[in-house]
Design a binder for this molecule. Sequence first.
Ligand code: ADP
Ligand code: MG
Length: 406
Amino acid sequence: MTYKNLQDLLDAGVDGRHVLVRSDFNVPLNDAGEITDPGRITASLPTLKALIDGGAKVIVTAHLGRPEGEPNEKYSLKPVAEALSEELGQYVALAADVVGEDAHERANGLTEGEILLVENVRFDPRETSKNDAEREEFARQLAALAADDGAYVSDGFGVVHRAQASVYDVAKLLPAYAGTLVEKEIERLGKVASEPEHPYVVVLGGSKVSDKLGVIEALAEKADSLLIGGGMCYTFLVAQGYDVQKSLLQDDMVDTCKDLLEKYGEKIVLPVDLLAASEFDSSNAETRVVGLDGIPEGWLSTDIGPETVKKFAGILAESKTVFWNGPMGVFEQEAYAEGTRGVAQALIDATKNNGSFTVVGGGDSAAAVRTLGLDEDGFSHISTGGGASLELLEGKDLPGVSVLES
Ligand code: ADP
Ligand code: MG
């Protein structure tokens, strides 16, 4: 893959030029609308700082959550603008719209080294439209914000697997460059994708079952072991004939799981015990560690059990490469966080004791590492991308990257 990077843009000179940057600020928020993990904001700073220092007039586009194509205060980038101002030590203005009058006026008014964030690009339905012409029209309006000798920098790694207007179409309209975050992610994940040292272990969990079951086949071909926990595992357990009661289940994927077990059975490692809870909200729940056939009637499983953590940790201890995506349980509640914490610690130990190259991918997985108080530096790489990192490992084309290729 060859594309121009941020250094190429800086060498060409950015002083006084408009530079449109696509960042990934899709951070988790709590019910009060506060950012619970600023990891993606922190990861975007190197590119933004370099452009500011170079004297660019920086305009940043980003999305937050799924506002479904219309303005929604709940998904405003306001908390992001505040956090970014703090991190950069410089005021970051937030436009009231995406490509409207306010965004244009503010973009035109920028001076060297100033930075403007426009509102959530997903407030406009054209951002994610399947209709090429609609997306292209929106991309033209985004590009028009960078009227002054504009350039485009793609730095939102978490969205490069999407052919969306602010990621893909706009890159065709302006001289386009990969930002430092995108470049670093491609280099580190590329290493896992193309030359993983064996044993190569993939750990999968989380809740986006239907999204992720699709990648298992591709990963099973390449990996030596696939450890499955979190919301992913119950569909497999049902495929094996267990009753998972009210645990997360993707009914329509049970047959797919049966096929996967038949084909890759010796590579797929499922839990041997589970944490069962009488209800989802841990503050009122009764909990119990149970065997696979022991979830009490009407209960659900919210985490893997301690024997499973031991089993997974034993396999991870022998690994030379690990990719982990998806928490092992509902880690947001401390009572259900032990499985995720244990597996994360096993990755850290494998890095330290076995020289394993360990990569964490996925917004919630990365957030778990930080919020559970684990040592971020204990991993070889923490990716900001979930779907994007999985697709890269599968060997799929990432439209937001290939569009940058020259
Ligand atoms: P990532 O963002 O790392 O790719 P996902 O978005 O797929 O991960 O999944 C993260 C979510 O999965 C977390 O919010 C977590 O609470 C949830 N989860 C994990 N285990 C379970 C489970 N057993 N039941 C329900 N949800 C779960
Ligand atoms: Mg997630």
